[in-house]
Design a protein around this ligand. Structure first.
Ligand code: NCD
Ligand code: ZN
Length: 346
């Protein structure tokens, strides 16, 4: 039995840090274990321009705990008014690592996202030209499409046409939740990667709904059937370089989740690495955890692997994670897998 695992320090290729008091509360949770993270731009108002991204990066750096070893990788929120020249300048200066596409209305704070994909063609072509990756929230928003089908339909109706129309555009399918997503990535060997969250490796839709509604398991894209979770597990633990960790850790105050119309998002920053160690060990793939969490992401983005290390230890007694973290505005519940975890970060 393996009781200790040392890997290159991991990165989180999809993270929500928010702003203000929430940023101050959640940033240490990520900076403790992760060296870098792709920072989602869906603030209110969103981070649309290079100037806004630079200011947000400064606020993140100012909120970092003393001595933390953490680099935020900034993104711009793509709108139909985004200026290709502003995107190119932000990329050339090293400020941004990707651009984020939200279909309008697809998820939390996505009202300024894209409705007509023809209107972002110029930006996408510029991104293909300069080698700047596009991170996509892959769900259609049509009211007649069942919420559990939104990812699969997005692949056919939006993702595949955009990729065909924009050769050379590097795309990350974010937080894939379906076997369809896994298959699409596998059958398109170039210019395509996918992030997988911690929670989608652990829960299926029954966990949200059976025995009473569990608001802290509700996120977007919503967890699907068990067969999809198993497809995600197989992809994540396979070592295939196109699949890498993006936690989509998305903090909301408990008051905003535990109500009649609760927000989408699971907060996993605090315990992601021990949970992943459990998942990979369960699948007999502990030797692939480093690929998923520390190697495949940098390879896709053309960045160096971190030269610092992270050690995970397994003990005989279950690890006690905090149930909640405190913010000045109230608590945020930490994702609970529903079973004991014996791994912890050393
Ligand atoms: C995210 C959030 O809260 O910002 N919510 C979520 O359920 N994942 C938005 C997103 O990534 O879809
Ligand atoms: Zn997200």
């Amino acid at each position: 039995m393996t009781n200790s695992l040392t890997i290159a320090r991991p990165d989180d290729w999809h993270l929500h840090l928010r702003d203000g008091a929430m940023l101050g509360a959640v940033l240490p949770e990520t900076a403790r274990d992760f060296a870098r993270a792709i920072i989602m731009p869906n603030l209110v108002p969103p981070v649309i321009t290079g100037v806004q991204a630079a200011a947000y990066r400064d606020r993140i750096l100012a909120a970092l705990p003393e001595g933390a070893d953490f680099t935020p990788l900034m993104t711009l929120y793509l709108t139909e008014d985004t200026d290709p020249a502003d995107v190119a300048a932000a990329h050339a200066s090293g400020l941004i690592t990707s651009v984020k596409l939200y279909p309008a209305g697809a998820t939390t704070n996505s009202a300024s996202g894209v409705s007509n994909f023809d209107n972002v063609r110029g930006v996408l072509e510029k991104m293909a030209e300069i080698g700047l990756p596009l991170c996509m929230h892959g769900e259609v928003t049509d009211h007649d499409i069942d919420i559990f089908d939104r990812e699969a339909v997005f692949i056919d109706r939006v993702l595949d046409p955009i990729r065909r129309a924009t050769p050379g555009l590097r795309v990350v399918m974010e937080h894939i939740t379906t076997a369809n997503g896994v298959e699409y990535v596998k059958s398109n060997p170039t210019d395509l990667g996918a992030t997988i969250t911690t929670h989608h490796l652990i829960i299926n839709r029954n966990h949200i709904l059976v025995g009473g509604i569990k608001p802290h398991y509700y996120c977007l894209p919503v967890a699907k059937r068990e067969e999809h979770r198993l497809a995600l597990r197989a992809a994540a633990t396979s070592g295939d370089a196109r699949f890498f960790l993006g936690t989509d850790s998305a903090p909301h105050l408990d008051g905003a989740k535990e109500q009649a119309c609760g927000c989408a998002g699971c907060f996993t920053a605090t315990n992601t690495m021990p949970l992943l160690a459990h998942v990979f060990e369960e699948d007999g793939a502990l030797d692939k955890l480093e690929s998923f969490a520390s190697l495949n992401g940098p390879a896709f983005y053309g960045l160096p692997v971190n030269d610092t290390k992270l050690t995970l230890r397994k003990s005989a007694t279950a690890t006690e994670f905090p149930a909640k973290i405190d913010t000045p505005d109230g608590p945020v519940t930490v994702f609970d897998p529903g079973y004991p975890i014996y791994w912890s970060v050393a």
